[in-house]
Design a protein around this ligand. Sequence first.
Ligand code: HEM
Length: 415
Amino acid sequence: MIREITPTTTPEQLRAELAAFLADPYPTYRQMRDQTPLEYVFLPPGIAPGIDEPMRAWALMKFSDVYNALRDHETFSSARNPLVAKGIFPPLVLILDDPPRHTRFRRLVNKAFTLRRVEALQPWIARVAHQLLDEIGSGEVDIVRSYTIPLPIRVIAHLLGIPEEDRDTFKRWSDTFISSLVSIPLEQRMKNTQEMVEYFGRMAAARRAHGADDLITALVEADIEGESLQDWEILGFCILLLIAGNETTTNLIGNMLNILVDRPELWQQLREDRSLVEPVIEETLRYESPVQQLSRVTTREVVLSGVTIPEGAMVSVFFGAANRDPQEFPDPDEFRLDRDLRNHVAFGMGIHYCLGAPLARAEAQITLNAFLDRFPRLTRGTAPAVRQTTSPIVYGFQQLPLVLHPREQRYAFSH
Ligand code: HEM
């Protein structure tokens, strides 16, 4: 997919190539990493109104380039995204802001989205995890539909104080938002954003009138030296959480179970030694990063790995490729628990470092422990595992059939 698009490339070819790349981007990363920074066609002409020429971007795939770009937010702006300028992507708060707006916003949301809030949520998350597993029982199940999608959706909905019955709408909104323009047309995406804006606008106004014990109320009340968030900022943040906290966590959990199902010895080891749970989660984040790429725009000419990138250029930061760079992670294509993973960039780096990292880690930990407690063995189901291929941003499964083997029932007979 990282290649020139010729005038003879048909939309069908493009769709098929994109799907193949998204289903397994790692061979492309291996092949291209040393040649990056490299300019490529980010979007083909005609894909949306206002894109009459191919839209180009610079791919960063080396760990050092990705790391340096993420740390240098003055040169690599999150706010100047041309997709936002063209009306293709809505102007998300925080994640698409630069300082000083980003600094002020992040300080205020840090006050509401605290570690304490995540810790307090953990018993509730564990209850939901066990409830979902009770409903599944044992035997073959598509773990995506039955577990990895519902858990994060329910967590975000609970955190925001959203009514249970709106959960399916939630899921549709976040799916549409992160899908590629190739799979969902612009009008549908704009309608989707409008629906979210209206919904969360009503929620923010309601919490301002009557507070509740939820994150939206904490955001309404967050105040630093007289500075507080306005309703449009709160609804923008709710939309961001919905987008940033759902599919990402779904994919972390799915990728982790997919890795473990082929490693029955590691499964046994984990059952006996739970200190391995954390390294398994961190290595999953590196090995199959749930967020594969995001964009920046250069505010000046800059040299990376000896290559000059001009001012005003769009840059694709490939977190997934950086996390498999052999210069940083020896034998990067091996899943190993003895690595130094402090520097993996699965949650980003620098000022935009993932706000929800503790929550995502908690959901993965609770999940893995619950599965280990209940199932002595996991095996693959008869239906095929299918990777998602609609979003270029995330990496995970559309369908992941697993067989959950229950504990053997032992009966004690007295004679
Ligand atoms: C495994 C799950 C997750 C992964 C891999 C992930 C990954 C990331 C990455 C790579 C960034 C950096 C974006 C950038 O540099 O432009 C980010 C930012 C962010 N994430 Fe996550 N995320 C996950 C889960 C969550 C959850 C559960 C939430 C919230 C409930 C969340 C909320 C955010 C927010 C608000 C930002 C923007 C922070 C800022 O711009 O200051 N994420 N995430």
